[in-house]
Structure formats: C-alpha cells, structure tokens
Design a protein around this ligand. Structure first.
Ligand SMILES: Cc1ncc(C[n+]2csc(CCOP(=O)(O)OP(=O)(O)O)c2C)c(N)n1
Length: 282
C-alpha cells in the first residue's frame, strides 16, 4: 500500500519533486509558506496565474506550483503579469522572482506598476545576490560585501526596495524574511486579497553564492544572521540612519486604498465604446 501523500502536496508538482534548490536555500521556505497561505485562504489554483522571470527564485512558482505559470524573460515578469491581468482581471496574478529580476533589470517595471497601482501581488525574494549566475553583485547587496564582481568590496549602497515601492504608490508593502514564516504567510494572504499593487520583499538566504563569500557557509548560519539583523518598523522609526546600517527593517510599510489601474482602464474603454456606438447610431 502506498503512503498517503500530504494534503499540501496537491499544490505542488509532486512528480518533479524533490526540488532542485541547493541545501539550505530560502526558496524552499518561500514555496512552503506560499502553499500554506494559498491553502488557508482556500484559494483555487486554477483561478491563479503565477508569473516568474529568470533566476533561482523564479523556480518557486515555475515549475513547482501547480497553477498556470508563465516563466518569462529576466526582468520582465511584471510586464507579462500586467498583460495577463488586463486580459483576465478575474484571475489572481502573482509574480514571484528574485531581487536581480525585480529590482535590478526589472526595476523600471516595478516602480511604474506600483505608481499605476496595478492589481498584482509581487513577492520579491531578496537573497542579496544574483544567485543563479554565480554570485554577482545585485542592487540589494550590502555595502562592503565581496562578490564575484566586487572582489575587493561592494561600494554601492543597497536599494531599499520596499520603501521605494511604497513611495511609488503601491497599496500594500511589507518586508519579512524566511525566518518570519508566520508573519510572511499573513502578509502573503493580505497581498493576494488586497486590491491594487501589493509587494512583499522577502529577505532570504543563499548559502552557496552569498553566505559562502561572507563566511557563513550554511543556510542555518545565514538565517541566524538575518534574524539578528531584523528590526521591526516601529522600532526602526526611533533609530538613526547610522544605527540602521546593516539592519533589516521588517513589518508592514503601507496598507491603503487607492484607485486601481486595470479597473479604471476597463471603465475608460467601456465609456469610449459606448460613446462611439452612440455617435454611430445618431
Ligand atoms: C536579459 C538577461 N540578462 C541577464 C541574464 C542572466 N541572468 C540569469 S539569472 C540572473 C540573475 C538572477 O538573480 P536574481 O534575479 O536575484 O535571482 P536568484 O537567482 O538570485 O534567485 C541573470 C543576470 C539573462 N538570463 N537575461
């Protein structure tokens, strides 16, 4: 007799398990939390479209999550997701990809999607490096870190991606880490049920191409460091810029209601079609 599979395994493509993430990588945790978030909300994966780019994190939905998925080009998942949402506003469209993808090459799509407040949920896995291609510096790499393309030290200040997205006009923005799994699950649920542009920056661990270079060789060591660096939004408000250096500010950055792009686009289109029909009828 075969062992009954775990109920949650129904959400993943079990036939290609075990997954290909490196030992200790945070991508498995993000997939686990995502599946739990979807399950608790009783969301129907056949009413979801997951869009990813290129990179290790892009593999979280594609191929592993059992919904319709679009595995797109590097930096472009938000652009593809916008097209999907415009044509099928009835579907829940979720983007899952890396920091290089979303905040590096795709940074322009990110800020404009937030400004337009397009009804998408974007989960950006920030492992502070270009993981898949061998550990090149990313716009999120902390100052001073040695990477394969900054062999002496990184001199570029890291992008505060969640803060940028909140300032650009998103409806919901949060930052959590792969250590804060329960808070992350709640944030994913809020993001996927909130109308408008929702964004979660998920600080995650890449032991192979990041940890190894900073002397933290295992996922557990990196996760411990991420936990120690984390500071709640409220506490961070009382801290100086200097004290916040090398800290990870976690919590919700905004949760507000603003006019959403796709709804308005369809309204404008409907108005135009109606006025065109009236003009032609008279
Ligand atoms: C247009 C284009 N430029 C560069 C690449 C090479 N490339 C593939 S993945 C990647 C970076 C991946 O980093 P990230 O998006 O942070 O994902 P991670 O692998 O760290 O999860 C790069 C530069 C590409 N595939 N396409």
């Amino acid at each position: 007799m075969t062992e009954p599979r775990h109920r949650l395994m129904g959400y993943v493509r079990e036939e290609i398990m075990p997954h290909r993430f490196c030992a200790g990588c945070g991508c498995g945790t993000v997939l686990n939390v995502f599946v739990n978030a979807v399950d608790e909300l009783a969301m129907d994966p056949t009413r979801m479209v997951c869009v990813s780019g290129i990179g290790c994190s892009a593999w979280i939905p594609s191929p592993y999550f059992r919904s319709d998925t679009l595995h797109t080009t590097h930096g472009r998942p938000i652009a593809y997701a916008t097209g999907v949402k415009i044509m099928r506003p009835d579907l829940n469209v979720v983007v899952i990809a890396g920091d290089g993808d979303i905040a590096g090459i795709g940074g322009n799509h990110l800020i404009h999607a937030a400004r337009r407040n397009i009804d998408l949920s974007v989960l950006m896995v920030n492992n502070m490096i270009y993981g898949m291609t061998g550990g090149q510096v990313a716009p999120t790499t902390p100052l001073g870190v040695k990477t394969s393309t900054t062999p002496h030290r990184n001199i570029e200040p890291p992008f505060k991606v969640a803060e940028v997205v909140a300032a650009a006009g998103a409806s919901y923005v949060a930052r959590w880490t792969t250590y804060h799994v329960f808070q992350l699950k709640k944030a994913m649920q809020r993001a996927m049920t909130k109308k408008g542009f929702s964004f979660i920056e998920i600080v995650s661990q890449c032991p192979e191409n990041y940890g190894r270079r900073i002397g933290l060789k295992t996922g557990a060591e990196l996760l411990r460091k991420i936990k120690e660096q984390s500071v709640r939004v409220k506490k961070a408000q009382e801290m100086s810029e200097e004290e916040l250096q090398h800290k990870i500010v976690v919590g919700e950055l905004c949760d507000l209601d603003r006019p959403e792009f796709v709804t308005q686009l369809h309204e404008v289109t409907k108005e135009q079609v109606e006025s065109f029909s009236l003009e032609n009828a008279s």
